[in-house]
Design a binder for this molecule. Structure first.
Ligand SMILES: Cc1ncc(C[n+]2csc(CCOP(=O)(O)OP(=O)(O)O)c2C)c(N)n1
Ligand SMILES: [Mg+2]
Length: 797
């Protein structure tokens, strides 16, 4: 049994012994509440009231210790084991916890995700009702949890790094709702097995380089589902192999601590030290919390008796954290047996009551729907006696369902409507069915993007302007001048990535700007696309406006996971409570060879719903799109044309102000015979083909879609098609990629098929990656001659 060992805390916080004792008993009470929540939660799943459950049993003591050092303004980026921490910091009540377990779609009941996420996925709002940034300094912040293992880790770099910027950059001091001089620490939690992921290693390395207030807690229960540590971690110990990262006096690095998950006092001591140093000196740390147990195994989807030995199971019973903490309290005379027993009994009652309340609240609106449905069917029966039998049956089936769901109601209503056929008796039933369908959209399908004041789609259009003698300059110079003005005007904007700082990016967009605006604003990073994206997500979450670079779109794959799983889903999975206005800047489409000329736009479109995707044809259009995006709260991907940086463009006079609206295509050449839809670099090939076709008497109308997400919201393309009755979609993605997407949008969503005189076409790159060299490019990607041939054929049909 360790010594009491918390004298330092007591002295530091100047607590009387009694207060100190009360705090410990409160921690133990929370540990008991959390354990009971896990036990009852599992039962709810096994009896069918919830679909799936994953619980924090075994990690209680470590988390009440950790919670002692989490202050207002701090950030947690964790995973599904952290319920005890959530209870301890007052983030979640038992009732809210169960509401989420039941997938209650009422945001008042599950304030974290409105039933959109599994249990133990917590979140606190980072914006207010109108999308304004919340007062993050006075709350305990939680960025929404997510299930992909280690997915929570890369963004913690940005959450910690923001503190560094707020401390060092005087221009940011004015944002007192976002930071208190960079004193905020980010806690990130991860399971032992998930440290095998590259995410973890990239993050640890970046944190060591950057020196940020990041505290990583590894909950080491020895298993990742059934796979033991020896298959996960070299030497079976994450803290041992991290030793090379240990910070020394004259080096950067992290502080590495090894503690035992049942040793409350030992953990309090280590956490206090590591977190204090992180907060004060911005030195990151890793707490390897060993000897943690899983009393109920991994989740409700299996039993750990299948893969743990009897000896291991016996050890887990013996070293159960709650049991050990109880023994420690008794051994140190902090409470008597009956006081502890009373506390344990009370904890069980609290959980039972919370659970029951959550269930009643979850069921109440569904019960109302059931009774309304039954009433409607009963009145149909009186008007349709010939269908009484069938209607009575479905009505009875529904009313006898003891645990009905919304889908049972919908199915019954639809069945009733079908049974009635074309009959007025079903009028009110149909009406109610449609009401519920529209309610379900708000409950289950809303908030993919910001929908209100901070929607980029609501940004007012300001037209680009030119002086009479506007000079022609290179495309990259347009961007360079644009970024210069942007950085002068908006202190929240920062840009970073590989080669972005000192040389000002590989195409000189930021050339000279680091020297002008400082290394806090425009800077280089390591080659680590995954955590560059994470860094951007964390910074955006904290109210800054990061522009994070992926050098070429071919390397977006490395950074795609946090964008797809996290940035793109954050607003949706918190039902609008969290936003992440990250701009990912990249370039691509046209250079040479497999990894410098890809155009994986179909991949982007499938993976990044929830982000905007801009494909500007010129750097002027790009600048206008940046302006639009920076007024909204949603994340976006900007794909600049690699072959556009050295093309001449007229320099606008209102670079900092003009906006390009999203989802509005532009007709860049009018024509009468065929509508050619394209975007980005390919437009130049299309233009070349159109010029040749003009000479042959074939008139092409060229439409630049400008943004793929959103896509042509006012159906500009349909209007063009109505005029030409012929359409071809051209791009450099694989067949069926983004051209297929555009085809689907215009043909199905816009109903374009009704206006066709000839079969519509797509012209794309070949299915393989582009071959190297100019000829490789010519034969891999659509070329002007191919476009001319296809269009000439269409004219003959
Ligand atoms: C990327 C990814 N791969 C696999 C899974 C399935 N999965 C969920 S939890 C888990 C084990 C995680 O073990 P560990 O990190 O030790 O955390 P623990 O559950 O033990 O606390 C796995 C493989 C997942 N969620 N995400
Ligand atoms: Mg584990």
């Amino acid at each position: 049994m360790p010594e009491l060992g918390i004298a330092s805390i007591s002295a530091q916080e100047k607590l009387s012994f009694d207060l100190f004792r009360q705090q410990i008993l409160n921690d133990y009470r929370i540990a008991c509440i959390s354990r009971e929540t896990s036990l009852l939660g599992r039962k709810e799943v096994l009896t069918g009231k919830a679909k799936f459950g994953i619980f924090g049993d075994g990690k209680e003591v470590a988390q009440v210790a950790m919670a002692r050092f989490f202050k207002n303004g701090d950030f947690r980026s964790g995973y599904y084991r952290d319920q005890t921490f959530a209870f301890a910091i007052g983030l979640a009540s038992v009732e809210q916890y169960f509401a989420q377990l039941y997938s209650d779609p009422d945001i008042n009941n599950d304030p974290f995700s409105a039933g959109r996420q599994m249990n133990a996925h917590f979140a606190t709002p980072n914006t207010g009702e109108n999308g304004e940034w919340a007062d993050l300094v006075n709350i305990k912040n939680n960025i929404a949890d997510l299930a992909p293992t280690a997915g929570q880790v890369p963004r913690s770099i940005g959450l910690g790094f923001a503190s560094k910027l707020f401390r060092s950059n005087a221009a940011l001091k004015q944002f007192s709702n976002l930071s208190d001089n960079g004193n905020e620490v980010c806690f990130t939690t991860i399971g032992d097995a998930s440290t095998s992921e590259g995410h973890f290693w990239e993050t640890v390395n970046a944190a060591g380089v950057l020196q940020i207030p990041l505290c990583i807690f590894v909950w080491d229960d020895g298993y990742g589902i059934s796979v033991p540590k020896k298959f996960q971690t070299t030497k079976g110990s994450i803290s041992d192999i991290l030793q090379g990262f240990q910070k020394q006096d004259e080096t950067n690095g992290l502080n590495i601590y090894k503690v035992r998950g049942w040793d409350y006092a030992g953990m309090c001591e280590a956490f206090e030290e590591g977190i204090r140093i992180a907060r004060e000196q911005h030195i990151p740390c890793v707490f390897h919390v060993e000897e943690i147990t899983q009393p109920q195994g991994h989740s409700t989807s299996g039993s750990h008796e299948r893969y743990k030995t009897p000896e291991r199971l016996e050890w887990e019973r013996e070293f159960d954290g709650n049991k050990k903490m109880r023994e420690w309290i008794l051994a140190n005379d902090l409470a008597a047996e009956d006081e502890i027993s009373a506390l344990e009994t009370e904890a069980k009652k609290t959980v039972r009551e919370g659970k029951n309340k959550a269930w009643e609240k979850f069921l109440a609106p569904i019960k109302n729907q059931v009774s309304r449905t039954v009433d409607l069917i009963q009145s149909m029966i009186s008007s349709l006696p010939s269908k009484a039998g069938a209607l009575q049956k479905i009505s009875k089936d529904l009313s006898s369902n003891r645990e009905p769901l919304r889908k049972d109601v919908m199915k019954t209503l639809k069945d009733a409507i079908d049974i009635a056929g074309e009959n007025d008796a079903a009028y009110w039933t149909k009406d109610y069915y449609h009401d519920l369908l529209s309610e379900s959209k708000s409950l289950y399908n809303s908030c993919l993007y910001n929908e209100g004041a901070k929607s980029a789609l609501n940004v007012e259009e300001i037209k680009v302007q030119y002086d009479a003698n506007a000079p022609l300059v290179n495309g990259y110079e347009i961007l360079n001048k644009y970024f210069d003005q942007l950085f002068a005007n908006n202190p929240k904007v920062i840009a970073f990535g590989e080669d972005v700082g000192y040389i000002g990016d590989v195409n000189q967009g930021f050339s000279g700007l680091q020297a002008k605006y400082g290394k806090d604003r425009i800077f280089d990073t390591g080659i680590r696309e995954l955590t560059i994206m994470g860094q951007g997500i964390g910074l955006a979450f904290r109210g800054l406006r990061p522009i994070a670079e992926i050098q070429y779109i071919d390397y977006l794959l490395y950074g795609l996971q946090p964008l797809s799983d996290d940035a793109a889903t954050l607003h949706f999975r918190t039902k609008g409570k969290q936003s992440c206005p990250l701009i990912v800047r990249t370039r691509g489409h046209r250079l040479e060879g497999i990894w410098h000329s890809g155009s994986p736009m179909g991949m982007v479109l499938s993976a990044l719903r929830g982000m905007y995707v801009c494909v500007p044809r010129s750097m002027t259009q790009a600048a206008g799109m940046y302006n639009t995006l920076l007024k909204g709260n949603d994340p976006a991907l900007m794909v600049e044309c690699l072959n556009g940086y050295r093309l001449k463009e007229k320099l606008p006079s209102n670079l900092a102000a003009f906006t390009v609206p999203l989802g509005i295509p532009e007709i860049i050449k009018e024509g009468t015979d065929v509508t050619v839809v394209s975007y980005g670099s390919t437009l130049r090939i299309v233009q070349e083909a159109a010029d040749t076709l003009d000479k042959l008497g074939i008139s092409c109308e060229i439409v630049d879609v400008q943004t793929l997400l959103p896509f042509d919201i006012h159906h500009t393309i349909l209007a063009s098609l109505k005029k030409t009755n012929r359409i071809v979609f051209v791009d450099e993605d694989v067949p069926g990629g983004a051209a297929g997407y555009m085809f689907n949008k215009v043909m199905e969503e816009q109903g374009g098929y009704r206006f066709l005189d000839v079969a519509p076409r797509t012209i794309t790159a070949k299915a393989h990656r582009p071959s190297y060299g100019s000829d490789g490019d010519y034969f891999s990607k659509p070329n002007a001659e191919e476009i001319e041939t296809v269009i000439a054929e269409m004219m003959k049909e």
